[in-house]
Design a protein around this ligand. Structure first.
Ligand code: UGA
Length: 443
């Protein structure tokens, strides 16, 4: 099939590359000429395991192409995927300017019937707005061409994007049209061989499914963080509680790891956008608002623990920080808990000596050169001459640690672990003060 993808960000680039990989003829369009020029040279704008090799192979086979030319892009695909960003507006609602700009572009250049596929995470009712935008653009041109708009939300996770796209649990398509159903079946056919994954539903149900899935996962995390905070105060170990409740299949082990708060480009933004949608229809979304506020509070706990360990006097101290990315296997620092810690430390007059396996360039891009931020080449250098250590991301390479060695490096024997990586007893036996999340006996 001929497929066009608008947007070469996470979702767009992964979708385009995976669809090309199973044999479709894919054209990816982006208004960012620099990004497209880099993609032409085989440079991938994001870090995602396996993606670069896959892009290179599919470009070489001719099945994956990139363009900045809207007419060429619209002319190419019978399916036109919209996979552009939906950044949060000031009030937390999703800003649809990029999505609607693509709808306008499609309307301006369409010369034959098309099926438009909303892939971006967009509020309920957006497919109708995309439909209206295309229809009015066609009307301005004085032409009538048949087209459909369907919703096809994406559930992939950063860091496991290719695996999730190919092996996801379901392929949700919101449409009432048999013609669209047939085309979407054909598009995803190669991913739908083992068992039936296509789930056809109403457009609005598909749009809400995406938000409900992310909000549910975020709720699990905030719930567990709340239990962890309680455990801390009650002298219980949340890791034992986690296993105790996860063993119930009705609860399950997934997404109940307590930590330093969820980050990334999706959960924080989507929970807020859904709460905003709720307020627009006069529904008081108490639970969603609580999920968000518990998360905000959780992100401040790492600094609070450091501050407590140093009796409120962090000025002039050097804090080693392991893990800048919002989670392992990505260089993404959007809404990362590390940012809350660093910014609070700087405000308190401390210096940060940080290491991350992938996100150092991104950190420099965000914060620039500054005296109180030193980025070092590995985790060992990060603790050299530091007063204390804080861990924000559970990268695999952080998991094995010689606690005696660490104790000898730090001026104050303080480890604040936002990811519960170590057995508290082993850390404490080395003479370190261990501040983990919800581990009653770590304090
Ligand atoms: C999330 C969803 O998991 C995907 O299904 C969805 O498609 C995606 O958002 C999206 O809407 O695009 P992602 O943001 O890439 O994916 O990352 P996750 O692996 O879900 O992690 C999100 C955050 O939750 C991270 O900060 C992670 O550290 C935190 N988390 C996750 C916890 O604190 N505890 C857990 O048990 C699990």
């Amino acid at each position: 099939m001929k497929i066009t993808i608008f947007g070469t960000g996470y979702v767009g680039l992964v979708t385009g590359t995976c669809l090309a990989d199973v044999g479709h003829d894919v054209m990816c369009m982006d208004v960012d000429a620099d990004k497209i020029a880099r993609l032409h040279k085989g440079e991938i704008p994001i870090y995602e395991p396996g993606l670069e090799t896959m892009v290179t192979a599919n470009v070489a086979s001719g099945r994956l192409r990139f363009t900045t030319d809207p007419a060429e892009a619209v002319g190419h695909g019978e399916l036109q995927f919209i996979a552009v960003g939906t950044p949060p507006d000031e009030d937390g609602s999703a800003d649809l300017k990029y999505v609607l700009a693509v709808a306008k572009t499609i309307g301006e250049h369409m010369t034959e019937p098309k099926v438009i596929v909303d892939k971006s995470t967009v509020p309920v009712g957006t497919a109708d707005r995309v439909h209206a935008t295309v229809a009015s653009t066609l009307a301005e041109r004085g032409v009538y061409i048949d087209f459909d708009v369907c919703s096809n939300p994406e559930f992939l996770k950063e860091g496991a994007a290719i695996e999730d796209f190919s092996g996801g649990a379901r392929i949700v398509v919101g449409t009432g049209s048999e013609h669209v159903k047939a085309l979407m079946r054909e598009c995803y056919g190669p991913y739908n061989r083992n068992h039936e994954k296509m789930m056809f539903m109403d457009v609005r149900a598909a749009e809400l499914t995406k938000y409900a899935a992310n909000a549910m996962l975020a709720t699990k995390i905030s719930f567990m963080n709340e239990i962890a905070n309680l455990a801390e105060r009650l002298g219980a170990d949340v890791e034992q509680v986690r296993q105790g409740i996860g063993s119930d299949p009705r609860i399950g082990y997934h997404f109940i790891y307590p930590g330093c708060g969820y980050g990334g480009s999706c959960f924080p933004k989507d929970v807020q956008a859904l709460a905003r949608t709720a307020s627009e229809v006069d529904y008081p979304a108490d639970l969603l608002n609580a999920v968000e506020s518990v998360n905000r509070r959780q992100k401040s706990t790492l600094f609070a623990k450091l501050n407590q360990a140093f009796d409120g006097d962090l000025a002039g101290k050097t804090i080693a920080l392991w893990g800048l990315a919002f989670k392992p296997n990505t260089d993404d620092m959007r809404d990362a808990p590390s940012r809350d810690v660093m910014e609070a430390l700087w405000a308190a007059g401390a210096r940060v000596q940080a290491y991350d396996p992938e996100a150092m360039k991104e950190c420099r891009r965000i914060y620039g050169e500054r005296d109180d931020l030193v980025l070092v080449a590995d985790r060992i250098q990060a603790v050299k001459g530091a007063d204390a250590l804080v861990i924000c991301t559970e990268w695999k390479e952080f998991r094995i640690l010689d606690f005696d060695w660490l104790k000898a490096q730090l001026a104050m024997p303080v480890v604040v672990d936002g990811r519960n990586l170590f057995p508290p007893k082993a850390v404490k036996d080395a003479g370190l003060m261990y501040y983990a999340v919800g581990r009653g006996d770590s304090l």
